[in-house]
Design a protein around this ligand. Structure first.
Ligand code: GLU
Length: 503
């Protein structure tokens, strides 16, 4: 078969959608955005919304991430009908608990000849890649193992040679699938590599696990970010290899920074934990995400008379009533933090005084937060009235130290900013406990010959805006990872802008 289009699910099948986040770190605003659209679509169609955890990439797995994803989505009011923590008829909903299922399915493909075992070593693949680069060819698997005889395969297996399972992508022709927002999309097979389906560690790759699960979980509509478009032909080929009908595909435009680049933590906080801890209301965040991409209809005449505000402020329930997924515009929606702050202020203003007070007490004035902070200052305080002076930075959004405060005496601005960048990269990958932070920071200092004093003072200045603060590591832990990292990023961005302006 050369060119192919595939049957979509029967129009009458009950709608079932899913999000499939990978627990690799903090829950991302993009996950909430895609979650919101899936949730609305399910609710509008009397369908089911499934949460599946795609945790087969063990190298990037972060143990605390799954619970953070659950908490963040629930905080936003996006509840799921089936998932790892609520169960459901098609579980388990955590891919690491389904490895046997993938293995059986990979065997089906081996048996029908649409997949093959590849015994190439990392060195062999690297050598092939170098040759292709030298010949200015795109790096591709050279198909060395695609036509091994049964006897060769048997010999390799009895030698216990490690292997992966690859998909035998047709060498000619093309695959076309329909994207519900874009129309037909065609990929030439000559541009599709023989994908690995099962890794040598026995875990499936994203492609195999995703297709097998979407099929076994009866997903009718795959609504996901547009970065997965290039994976879709591989998925379509897999549906064909199994002889299954494929779901409908909807690829949502990626959220963008103000400068239209793909949303990134350098330019916007992207962790939902940040927004919660920094005192954004879930109603404002979900409303803001609902504004992305034009799924809400234009204002009615009444709304226009009442001012544009009316058309921009809506609840999740209103979105379920009026949002139109097929109307999503493909131009990248801009994640404009100024707009989100404005929306949040509207929601705060609309609260009753009592509800406003409760919102404060639940977030930045919670007993737990105050207790954690008070532990840090008890031995440094002369009167209780000094509490504000000692702890102000825990309650402020806009801490920004001056050069006198953050620049160590013997260091240039350039090397200081370079070291602060190293601190940020390190801390992004460090567990947020004093036991983990202390040795990690000290090692970094030694590697760059920064004294402990210089190293910690710089970080203290960035966190607190001052040369004095309660114990640094404990303060970082109490302030939280998402907000501390965001403060470091804001510091670096601002200092780079100032440095450029001085040039
Ligand atoms: N695990 C993928 C992710 O992290 C799922 C993509 C998809 O929805 O197919 O987004």
């Amino acid at each position: 078969m050369n060119s192919s289009t595939i049957p979509a699910p029967a129009a009458s099948a009950p709608i079932r959608v899913r999000i499939a986040p990978s627990p690799t770190g903090d829950p991302h605003v993009g996950t909430a955005y895609i979650g919101l659209i899936n949730f609305i679509y399910a609710r509008q169609n009397g369908g089911q919304f499934v949460l599946r955890i795609e945790d087969t990439d063990r190298a990037r797995f972060v143990a605390t991430s799954e619970q953070m994803i659950f908490d963040a989505l629930r905080w936003l009011g996006l509840s799921w009908d089936e998932g790892p923590d609520v169960g459901g008829p098609y579980g388990p909903y955590r891919q690491s608990e389904r490895t046997e299922i993938y293995r059986t399915h990979a065997d089906l493909l081996l048996a029908n000849g649409t997949a093959y075992r590849c015994f190439c070593t990392a060195e062999e693949l690297e050598a092939a890649r170098k040759q292709q680069m030298a010949a200015k060819l795109p790096p591709r698997y050279p198909a060395s193992c695609r036509n091994l005889s049964e006897a060769q395969v048997a010999a390799n297996l009895s030698d216990n040679k490690p292997f992966v399972i690859r998909m035998a992508v047709p060498t000619e022709g093309s695959t076309t699938f329909r994207d519900e927002l874009r129309g037909d999309i065609t990929f030439e097979h000559s541009n599709v590599d023989d994908q690995v389906l099962m890794k040598s560690d026995g875990f499936p790759t994203y492609h195999l696990a995703n297709v097998v699960d979407d099929h076994l979980m009866h997903i009718t509509d795959v609504i996901r970010a547009e970065e997965w478009i290039s994976s879709t032909p591989k998925h379509v080929l897999l549906y064909q290899a199994f002889g299954w009908a494929a779901p409908r595909f909807w690829h949502m435009p990626l959220l963008r920074n103000i400068d239209k680049s793909k949303i990134s933590k350098r330019k916007n906080p992207v962790s939902l934990v940040y927004y919660r801890q920094a005192g954004f209301l879930p109603e404002a965040v979900i409303n803001f995400l609902g504004l992305m991409g034009g799924g809400m209809p234009s204002p009615t005449p009444v709304e226009i008379v009442n001012g544009a505000k009316e058309a921009e402020i809506f609840s999740l329930a209103e979105m379920i009533q009026r949002f139109e997924v097929p109307n999503i515009r493909l131009g990248g929606p801009v994640f404009d933090l100024t707009k989100l702050r404005w929306l949040n202020s509207e929601y705060l203003r609309a609260l009753s005084p009592e509800a406003f007070f409760t919102a404060l007490r639940d977030t930045i004035l919670s007993d737990q937060y105050l207790r954690d902070i008070s532990t840090l200052i008890q031995t440094r305080i002369e009167t209780l009235g000094q509490f504000g002076e000692l702890t102000g930075f825990f309650f402020r959004d806009d801490v920004m130290p001056t050069q006198e405060v953050f620049l160590p005496k013997k260091r240039t601005l350039e090397e200081t900013l370079a070291f602060a960048t190293e601190q940020l990269t390190l801390l992004e990958a460090t567990d947020w406990t004093t036991e983990a932070l202390e040795p990690a920071l000290k090692q970094l200092g030694e590697a760059h010959t920064w004294s402990v004093k210089e190293n910690f003072m710089l970080l203290r200045a960035i966190l607190s805006g001052s040369t004095m603060s309660p114990p640094l590591l404990e303060s970082l832990v109490v302030f939280g990872k998402a907000r501390s990292l965001d403060r470091m990023r804001r510091f670096l961005e601002t200092q780079k802008k100032l440095a450029n302006a001085r040039k």
